[in-house]
Design a protein around this ligand. Structure first.
Ligand SMILES: C[S@@+](CC[C@H](N)C(=O)[O-])C[C@H]1O[C@@H](n2cnc3c(N)ncnc32)[C@H](O)[C@@H]1O
Length: 363
């Protein structure tokens, strides 16, 4: 994205009070960024390097408690899903308590994006909700014993699509029968992964398991979850018992990033089950630069999977046009087709800011 600008809302994201009006989302209803002269990448400013983050280490850096709100997403008349997200004010409080200055942490002030510094991941964007809706009808693949699923969410931020898949998997999978579910979460900013992405997964698990584990019931109080060592330990044990792997990567999309993500330990194939990789990206193509590097990255992943005989597809949600900054879903579709992909339009939102979701795969 170009320069530092605000998308007509500051501090809050797609909803203010835990409610999302899916018919007329208010987040970037009037996306009118005022680009400055600079563009990402900022000249002379190196991009953040690709970095892998150890889950155990990240868990050890969590605060003693997190405050959360619930986002209720209507699944187009076929039920709904409630996703827990860490409150942004709670992130600010943590940073101030740690004397890092919540006000100075990029992304927690008034900017939705700060070029080359913070790329928007603290807040939830509308297309991430669209992706949840698109994923919902096929969620039963999570229970399919013939599939080894890998989810890679690029530019995940609060990670609503991956969170929804994780939540659905909790009530569908039987670890005795199912193979490992691998969820890869990537954001430009490591702070986003540490401060919101990981806490959101813990909240999702804890709310789902609170009736099963008395220690969790005790850890909840009005809108807050205590992250005691026992709670953290139970989370890690649960993931391992359920054969769910969470991996975290930060840094700019690049060859190094692709190599790093590809070199992670991949669960072994068993019982004739087939690897199926779903790459997710919501609001990741909002500038010509982002569009180029994002497209290159998903194509590299899809090609790698194809070479290994695995199934792979990318689901991309974005606005039809990012005013003033370039980048659009149509540009992405054109680029992907030029590169030989099959592109299918899965969803279109005509109300509010026009946006859509497409599926992209290699023939
Ligand atoms: C507008 S946010 C969208 C966040 C989230 N997907 C959502 O929809 O709520 C854009 C995301 O893309 C990521 N991103 C943008 N440009 C990137 C780049 N060049 N390399 C890696 N990540 C990038 C940012 O980290 C950020 O999380």
């Amino acid at each position: 994205m170009s320069g530092n600008f605000s998308f007509s809302f500051s501090g809050d994201d797609i909803e203010d009070e835990g409610e999302l009006n899916s018919a007329a989302p208010n987040a970037s209803e009037s996306v009118q960024p005022q680009p400055s002269a600079s563009a990402f990448p900022v000249a002379g400013k190196p991009l953040l390097p690709a970095t892998s983050h150890d889950l155990h280490h990240m868990l050890a850096q969590l605060p003693s408690k997190v405050a959360y709100g619930i986002l209720d997403i209507d699944l187009d008349g076929s039920g709904d899903i409630q996703l827990a997200r860490r409150e942004l004010w709670d992130v600010r409080v943590q940073l101030m308590a740690e004397d890092n200055g919540g006000e100075t942490e990029p992304g927690l002030g008034n900017h939705d994006v700060k070029t080359g510094v913070y790329e928007g991941g603290f807040k939830s964007w509308e297309s991430s909700v669209d992706l949840v809706k698109v994923l919902s009808p096929s969620k039963d693949f999570l229970a399919d014993e013939t599939v080894i699923p890998t989810i890679i969410e690029l530019g995940c931020g609060t990670a609503l699509p991956s969170l929804a898949l994780f939540q659905w998997s909790l009530s569908r999978r039987t670890p005795q029968k199912n193979s490992t579910l691998s969820i890869v979460l990537a954001d430009y900013n490591p702070t986003v992964l540490q401060l919101v992405t990981l806490p959101n997964f813990i909240l999702c698990w804890a709310l789902h398991q609170r009736r099963e584990l008395p220690l969790l019931e005790d850890a909840f109080s009005e809108g807050e979850l205590d992250l005691t060592p026992d709670v953290i330990g139970a989370f890690e044990e649960f993931l391992s018992a359920q054969k769910i792997s969470l991996s975290f990567f930060s840094g700019a999309w690049s060859t190094e990033f692709i190599d790093l993500v590809s070199s992670r330990k991949i669960p072994t194939t068993g019982n004739g089950a087939k690897q199926h990789t779903i790459i997710l990206g919501a609001e990741t193509i909002y500038s010509p630069f982002a569009l180029g590097s994002f497209t290159q990255t998903i194509f590299s992943f899809m090609k790698q999977e194809r070479e290994q005989g695995n199934a792979a597809e990318a689901l991309v949600g974005a606005k039809k046009l990012y005013f003033g900054v370039g980048g659009s879903l149509d540009d992405f579709v054109a680029r992907a087709r030029e590169l030989g992909a099959n592109v299918e339009e899965l969803r279109e939102e005509a109300e509010g800011v026009r946006r859509g979701v497409v599926r992209c795969s290699l023939p």
